[in-house]
Write a protein that binds this ligand. Structure first.
Ligand code: NAP
Length: 342
């Protein structure tokens, strides 16, 4: 039995106004929950930090319910089964779960995904083979529908989702153009992830640079950011361009002042260039892409897609990893190792 162990847990302590601060989170110690039939007790090994958590901190309608004060912080993790109340898993098995920012998680076995270390490193279930990779894959292929020879632009191109989107676009025979913050990150997007070009949205002549990087116009825009970053893409669209709205991270801390004319200008381009715009949330699309794991694992094996992790170490590094990712101090997928497999 595991009841002698305790469970450290990050909880939501205060709704941030603007940037997330140290007082946003609190720490609590709870007993490790007892296994019941149909559940598995898991020890978290690697924890994912994701932008949607910042959205959950607002007390307003979104695609995910607002966090309540005192609530444990949710999040994907790769974990090891400690004790099982279900024949599908046994102690020692590796699983991808909604494990939260804590040491131990009790989850229903039917909600756990088996991790096969023969296929890829276990962390990949938080990266290319997990929700992150599926978001890039299904959002680009299912909604962006790129065709060989077209130009695909993606914002937050040095991050977890964006870095994969460009590589998947290249695998379809497209020109991949990234948008990212700062010259070193843009250089990495081209050198490490093989994009054709990457433009620094902080540069004074960002819009002109973007136009030069897209000499044949833009056919697909994979939107991760919104605001002025996106506004520079719209006039470059070719006829019948597609916009896959994945995320709007520039809005997430609620501080960006709205430009009252921006929507009118955007809609003007939607009409003039006959654009299609579709927002998506990753869990809407799983049923459409049963081939995902096999295809992505194949790309990872052949090196057609490379994934990079922004690795942090230790339970006390979860919050810094999260705020660092929101602030752009990551290339690739941000994860935190809090324990090693037994
Ligand atoms: N629809 C879905 O189901 C779904 C699923 C997963 C993720 N998402 C969305 O996908 C996007 C990327 O998520 P991720 O997990 O891959 O994170 P990520 O790209 O690894 O990290 C976030 C990045 O956003 C950029 N950023 C932050 N604030 C910004 C701002 N004000 N303006 C411009 N760029 C900013 C930073 O890069 P720079 O250094 O370039 O600024 C930062 O590295 C997010 O919008 C997220 O909400 C959506």
């Amino acid at each position: 039995m595991t009841t002698a162990k305790t469970n450290r847990q990050h909880v939501f302590a205060a709704r941030p106004q603007g940037a997330v601060g140290a007082d946003t989170f609190g720490l609590r110690t709870t007993p490790v929950p007892a296994v019941e039939p149909g559940t598995i007790l898991c020890r978290n090994l690697w924890i994912s930090v994701d932008p949607y958590l910042r959205l959950k901190m607002h007390d307003r309608e979104s695609y995910t319910p607002p966090l309540q004060i005192g609530e444990p912080i949710p999040g994907r993790s790769v974990a090891q089964v400690v004790e099982s109340g279900d024949p599908a898993f046994g102690p020692g098995d590796l699983v991808a779960i909604q494990g939260g920012w804590q040491d131990y998680a009790l989850v229903r076995a039917q909600h756990a995904e088996a991790v096969d270390p023969a296929l890829a490193a276990p962390e990949s279930w938080l990266g290319a083979l997990g929700m992150t990779g599926f978001t890039a894959y299904a959002g680009l292929l299912g909604i962006g529908q790129p065709k060989a020879g077209e130009t695909v632009v993606v914002s937050a191109a040095g991050g977890a989702v964006g870095s994969l989107v460009g590589q998947i676009a290249r695998a379809q025979g497209c020109r991949a153009v990234g948008i990212a913050g700062g010259a070193p990150k843009c250089a990495s997007v081209v050198q490490d992830f093989g994009f054709d070009a990457c433009v620094d949205y902080r540069a004074d002549d960002y819009a002109a640079q973007l136009a030069r990087a897209c000499p044949d116009g833009v056919d697909v825009y994979f939107e991760n950011v919104g605001g002025p970053v996106a506004a520079a893409v719209t006039p470059l669209f070719n006829m019948f361009g597609r916009i896959a709205v994945c995320g709007l991270i520039a809005q997430y801390d609620g501080q960006q002042g709205g430009d009252p004319g921006a929507l009118d200008e955007f809609m003007r381009w939607v009409l003039v260039r006959r654009l299609s715009v579709r927002g998506f949330i990753v869990y809407d699309l799983y049923k459409d892409h049963p081939e995902f794991t096999e295809t992505m694992a194949g790309w990872l094996r052949t090196g057609q897609v490379v994934e990079r992790f922004n690795r942090h170490d230790g339970f006390d590094q979860i919050v810094p990893a999260f705020t660092g990712m929101l602030g752009g101090r990551n290339i690739g997928k941000s994860i935190v190792r809090i324990a090693d497999p037994a």
